[in-house]
Design a protein around this ligand. Structure first.
Ligand code: ADP
Ligand code: MG
Length: 261
């Protein structure tokens, strides 16, 4: 089971779009996948076709130890993956967890009981470096950072990188940055191309080969409760996320062969 946090403390940079579409694309390629929604906005939940207002049980109860992951998860009706859903209840968890012990590792512990159930677990983090995000980073083996190639993209990246370093040093020795994913890319924009080239220069093979273009079909899909890759599989956005899933599967294979060598 490989666990990845999709994180960037900026809002609107494509975390949820990446989480939902990667989950659906991995499932299409036969990978047993769980998507954990760690954002009280519940966009990954809704985007997977799970109604956040009807939840009897969600990631909130799991984090507080009031329910198990088996009780909290639900199948995505259209995608062949599971969702541990979220809604506004989760906003309270931040405060309520402060008083609890092992508050950073609650998600990690919940996932540890399901090691055999999944090939991939994706964690859609909220737009902050909060205790919720910390739970995501403590549970994960790696971080996927979606980024827009714009002037301020690199600003804020250092805060995230520092947080990841601190978590690595103090809480989770397994954690590493898997890669930066360029999203909402506009190939006709000179600035996009310049920033993209800068990212490749600074981060080398930590930049994924796949470029996700700006594509309106990806933005339309959530209102149908569908991941873009299922809503319009032929669209450029969907094709990019399918390619990205292939890239992730390849990376995981490479580690496995290194580990067994
Ligand atoms: P975050 O989870 O980081 O806040 P979202 O994934 O919700 O970001 O994306 C923010 C907005 O941008 C959403 O309205 C989403 O539909 C849209 N969006 C994300 N990626 C793309 C893309 N590649 N092309 C077009 N629109 C996109
Ligand atoms: Mg989001």
């Amino acid at each position: 089971m490989h666990i990845f946090a999709i994180a960037n403390q900026k809002g609107g940079v494509g975390k949820t779009t990446t989480s939902v579409n990667l989950a659906a694309a991995l499932a299409l390629q036969g990978q047993r996948t769980l998507l954990v929604d760690l954002d009280p906005q519940g966009n990954s939940t809704m985007g997977s076709g799970v109604e956040k207002r009807d939840l009897k049980c969600s990631v909130y109860q799991v984090l507080l130890g009031l329910a198990t992951l088996a009780e909290g998860r639900a199948p995505s009706p259209a995608g062949k993956y599971d969702v541990l859903p979220a809604n506004r209840d989760l906003a309270g968890a931040e405060v309520e967890m402060v008083a609890l012990d092992r508050r950073e590792t609650r998600l990690k512990e919940a996932l540890a009981l399901h090691e055999a159930d999944y090939d991939f677990v994706l964690i859609d983090c909220p737009p902050s470096l909060s205790l919720l995000t910390l739970n995501g980073l403590c549970a994960a083996h790696g971080v996927i950072i979606p980024m827009q190639c714009e002037y301020y993209a690199l600003e804020g990246l250092s805060d995230l990188v520092n947080t990841i370093k601190k978590v690595h040093a103090n809480l989770n020795r397994d954690l590493k940055i898997i890669g930066l994913l360029r999203v909402m890319f506009d190939p006709r924009s000179t600035l996009s191309n310049q920033v993209s080239a800068q990212l490749e220069q600074h981060f080398g093979d930590k930049v994924f080969n796949t470029l996700v273009p700006r594509n309106v079909r990806l933005a339309e899909a959530p209102s149908y409760g569908l991941p873009g890759v299922l809503f319009d599989r032929a669209s450029k956005g969907a094709q990019a996320y399918l390619a990205f899933a292939g890239e992730m599967i390849e990376r995981v294979k490479t580690w496995q062969s290194h580990a067994s060598a």
